[in-house]
Design a protein around this ligand. Structure first.
Ligand code: EPZ
Length: 421
C-alpha cells in the first residue's frame, strides 16, 4: 500500500486546477443505464471510485472506455441486472445503479452496501421510495432484490424522512421512466443533485426543482444517450482552500463555482482568511492569525460534512477554542486520534469536538481511515514540524485526483512512496 511523505513548512502559492466532481460523476455514470446508445462524459476525474464503477457497468454488459478524463459508455441491454458484493463493498455508491436498473428493467439485485468507516449509512429511504412506486423489496442473503410486478414503476409522492443525496438521485432516475408525475419532498439540495437533473433533462427527461427540497419528475417512455462535461468538485476545491489558509499561502483555486462553496467561504472569512471570488475560481490567502470559529455540519446549503475534517485541522492552528458538531454521520471523527498524535488538542463529547489551538503540530507516522480524514492528515503534514507519513493513502486515491502532484505544484514538499506498509 502506498503512503505519502510530507516535510512541513512550505507556504502554498500559485494556481491549482480543480477536477470534475466525484459525487456528481458517480450518479451520472449510473444514469447511463437509463438508455442505450453512445454516451460521452467529459471532465471525469481519474479516481479509484470511477474505475470501480466502470467495472460494475462492464459487468452490466455496458461497453466502457475511460481515459484522459473522457468516460464513454455504449449503452446496451442488461442481461442480468445484478450489482455483486465484490464491487458494492469496494464502493457503496454502487447502490446508485438501483434506480436506473429498476426503472429500465423492472428488476435489480444489488448487494446491500454494508456500513463504512463513517457510519451505518442505511438505504431505507431509497427502498421506501421504490416501494411507493410499486416495487416489491426482498432483503435476502445480504442482497436487496427489487422487482416491479406490473413491469413499470408508477409515479408517487415520496416524502423523505431526512434529506439523502444518493436517495434523491436514485429516485430521480427511477421516476424519469416511471408512469406519471413523481414528487420528491424533503429532497437533498446538493449541487450534485442539480447536475444529475441537468443530465437527465439532456437525455429527454422532465425534472423540475432540483436544488430545492421539492423535485417534480414527469416520467417518459424512453431516454436518449448524452454528451456532458462534469461540474467541478466543490469538496476538492474546499480542501485546497483550507490547505492554502493553513500554510499562510496565497492560492487561486481554479475552475470552481463559488456559489457551491458559500458556507465554506463564510467560515473561512470568519476565521480571518481572505476569500475572493475571481473570474475563473476562488482566491484564498492568509496573512495574519486564525480566529477560532464554531461549525455545525448540515445538508446543503449548510456547511458540508465532507469538509468537516479539513476545517477541523485549520482550527488546530487558531487562537482559542472552537467547537465542531457533526450532525450527518455518527462516526466521522476518526481523524481526531491521529491529529492528537501530531500534537493537536481535540476533545470529543458525543457529536461535538472541542479544538484548542496549538502553536505547532509535530510530524508523525499516521494512518488514513476514510477519504476526508486522510485529506485532513495531509493538510496537517503541510505545516507540522519535520516529516509526516500518511499511510493507506488508497483512501485518498478514491476521491482526490493526483493530490501530491497538485500540492507539489503549489510548493509543498511532498512525495508518494510506493508500496510501503
Ligand atoms: C453522499 O453520501 C456523498 N456520497 C457523501 O460523500 C456525503 O458525505 C453525503 O452524501 C452527505 O452529504 C456520494 O454522493 C457518492 P446521505 P450518501 O444519504 O448519499 C442517512 C465523500 O466523502 N440515511 O445524504 O450516502 C445516512 O446514514 C462521501 O465524498 C438514512 O438514514 O449520504 C446519513 O446519516 C462520504 N437512510 C444521512 O442520512 C437512507 O436511506 C445523510 O446520508 C439514506 C441516508
Amino acid at each position: 500500500m502506498d503512503s505519502i511523505r510530507i516535510i512541513g513548512g512550505s507556504r502554498l502559492e500559485g494556481r491549482v486546477p480543480i477536477s470534475g466532481a466525484k459525487n456528481a460523476a458517480l450518479p451520472i455514470l449510473c444514469a447511463a443505464l437509463l438508455s442505450d446508445g453512445d454516451h460521452v462524459f467529459r471532465n471525469v476525474p481519474e479516481l479509484e471510485d470511477i474505475r470501480t464503477l466502470a467495472e460494475l457497468l462492464r459487468q452490466l454488459n455496458q461497453e466502457v472506455e475511460f481515459g484522459g478524463g473522457v468516460f464513454r459508455v455504449k449503452g446496451r441491454a442488461v442481461e442480468a441486472p445484478v450489482a455483486p458484493y465484490e464491487l458494492v463493498k469496494k464502493m457503496r455508491a454502487s447502490v446508485l445503479v438501483l434506480g436506473p436498473l429498476v426503472a429500465r428493467y423492472g428488476e435489480a439485485i444489488v448487494s446491500l452496501p454494508g456500513g463504512c468507516a463513517i457510519g451505518a449509512r442505511p438505504i431505507d429511504q431509497h427502498l421506501k421510495g421504490l416501494e411507493l412506486m410499486g416495487a416489491k423489496i426482498d432483503l435476502t442473503h445480504g442482497n436487496v432484490h427489487v422487482k416491479v410486478p406490473r413491469g413499470r414503476l408508477t409515479a408517487a409522492e415520496i416524502v423523505f424522512d431526512i434529506p439523502t443525496v444518493t436517495g434523491t438521485e436514485n429516485l430521480m432516475c427511477a421516476a424519469a421512466l416511471a408512469e406519471g408525475r413523481t414528487t420528491l419532498v424533503n429532497a437533498a439540495r446538493e449541487p450534485e443533485v442539480e447536475e444529475l437533473a441537468r443530465v437527465l433533462n439532456k437525455m429527454g427527461a422532465n425534472v423540475v426543482g432540483a436544488g430545492t427540497d421539492m423535485i417534480v419528475i414527469d416520467g417518459v417512455e424512453e431516454l436518449d444517450p448524452v454528451d456532458h462535461a462534469i461540474m467541478p468538485d466543490r469538496i476538492e476545491a474546499g480542501t485546497y482552500m483550507v490547505a492554502a489558509a493553513m500554510t499562510h499561502g496565497d492560492v487561486l483555486v481554479d475552475g470552481v463555482t463559488f456559489e457551491h462553496l458559500e458556507a465554506v467561504a463564510a467560515k473561512l472569512r470568519a476565521a480571518g482568511v481572505e476569500v475572493e471570488r475571481e473570474d475563473s475560481g476562488v482566491r484564498v490567502a492568509r496573512r495574519g492569525p486564525l480566529r477560532a470559529v464554531d461549525v455545525t455540519t448540515a445538508p446543503h446549503p449548510g456547511f458540508p460534512t465532507d469538509m468537516q475534517a479539513q476545517f477541523m485541522v485549520l482550527m488546530c492552528a487558531a487562537e482559542g477554542q472552537s467547537r465542531i458538531t457533526e450532525t450527518i454521520f455518527e462516526n466521522r471523527f476518526m481523524h481526531v486520534p491521529e491529529l492528537n498524535r501530531m500534537g493537536a488538542d481535540i476533545d470529543i463529547h458525543g457529536r461535538t469536538a472541542t479544538i484548542t489551538g496549538v502553536p505547532k503540530l509535530q510530524g508523525a507516522n499516521v494512518m488514513a481511515t476514510d477519504l476526508r480524514a486522510s485529506a485532513s492528515l495531509i493538510i496537517a503534514g503541510l505545516v507540522a514540524e519535520g516529516e509526516t507519513e500518511v499511510r493507506r493513502v488508497y483512501h485518498l486515491d478514491r476521491g482526490y485526483e493526483h493530490i501530491e502532484r497538485k500540492l507539489a505544484g503549489l510548493g509543498a514538499n511532498i512525495r508518494r512512496v510506493k508500496g510501503s506498509l
